[in-house]
Design a protein around this ligand. Structure first.
Ligand code: ATP
Ligand code: PRP
Ligand code: MG
Length: 282
């Protein structure tokens, strides 16, 4: 039985469970449930704090886990990324009061509040900052400067709204670029059970990044049309009853779908349909 950790709360919890449901796994119906058994797929899911997941997986108690890359790095646990999941994108950055321009070396001798002390200490060391005081807080870090316990912070930035709301500006390079990741214990042997779950998730990730495009194209414009929609390997062509026309089917990157449709219409294609892909294996 494969044992898999899933975030029980926070930003990643909803999308992680939705992705597993889409991949055909049983997920919890009650928010408070800490485990769910999926006997059909022979997987047991454990709903844990996102921060703790790398510790369980790194210890070898659980085979796989979904967490944020930043949290996995912060844990210091011996885990490796098996797959990037394409949600929960964030950066982890220094920020300070917006009225002055900060450099990372200005942090020498200052107090930096953060919920990720390991990432911050490592980054300060990389910049040669030796005498900064790292103050560990659990959350709502942006308010700590206002409340007088820190001079600067290092925190997760999503939209940037929370920083702006508190008159803070990010500075220095991103300490970490994060997204949700599937992790396993570092150097753990591959297994068919782990590969099956990773393969199913990969199918959903891929399906979310692509769309299926169908259109009809005049026979004499096919070469130009194939250039616009090369598909992943090669587009599918099917004859229509009218020999002057061909039906074309190709996968297209979701964020390019509208641009591709504009170009096909300009070329002379007709009946262009775009549809979602729920899952796929390539
Ligand atoms: N606003 C955000 N936008 C994008 N990703 C975020 C945001 N806040 C947190 N994350 C990411 O989500 C992961 C876990 O953070 P989250 O805040 O959801 O958990 P938590 O702090 O443990 O939970 P909570 O804040 O409910 O106590 C991290 O990988 C983090 O980078
Ligand atoms: O850039 P934004 O889109 O504004 O998002 C960033 C904020 O979101 C997270 O906080 P969360 O809601 O998890 O609260 P917490 O600080 O208590 O963890 C993060 O810690 C930032 O505070
Ligand atoms: Mg949080």
């Amino acid at each position: 039985m494969l044992r898999v950790a899933v975030p029980n709360k926070g930003t990643l919890a909803g999308p992680a469970s939705e992705m597993l449901t889409e991949a055909g796994y049983r997920q919890r119906h009650e928010q408070r449930d800490l485990t769910v058994l999926d006997p059909v797929n022979e997987v047991e899911f454990f709903f844990l704090r996102p921060k703790d997941i790398a510790i369980y997986v790194g210890s070898g108690e659980l085979d796989l886990g979904i967490t944020g890359r930043d949290l996995a790095q912060e844990s210091g646990a011996p885990v490796a990324e098996a797959l990037s999941l394409g949600f929960g994108f964030s950066t982890f950055r220094y920020a300070g009061p917006g009225e002055r321009e900060w450099k990372v070396t200005d942090l020498e001798g200052r107090r930096i509040a953060t919920a990720y002390p390991r990432l911050v200490r490592n980054d300060l060391a990389r910049h040669g900052v030796r005498a900064a005081e790292v103050i560990r807080l659990d959350g709502a870090v942006e308010i700590s400067i206002q409340l007088g316990v820190a001079d600067a912070i290092a925190d997760v930035v999503g939209s940037g709204r929370t920083l702006r709301q508190h008159g803070l500006a990010a500075f220095g390079e991103e300490i970490c670029r994060s997204e949700a990741v599937l992790i396993e214990r570092a150097d753990s042997p591959a297994s068919p059970e782990k590969s099956q779950l990773a393969g199913r998730l990969q199918g959903v990730v891929f399906a979310q990044q692509y769309m299926m495009l169908d259109y009809n194209c005049p026979q004499d414009l096919l070469d130009a049309a194939v250039e616009i929609t090369p598909g992943l390997d090669s587009p599918t062509m099917s004859p229509l009853a009218d020999p002057q026309w061909v039906a074309v089917r190709a996968m297209v990157a979701r964020k390019e779908a509208n641009l591709v449709m504009d170009r096909l219409i300009a070329l002379g294609a007709k009946a262009i349909l775009v549809s979602d892909i729920r899952s796929c294996r390539l």
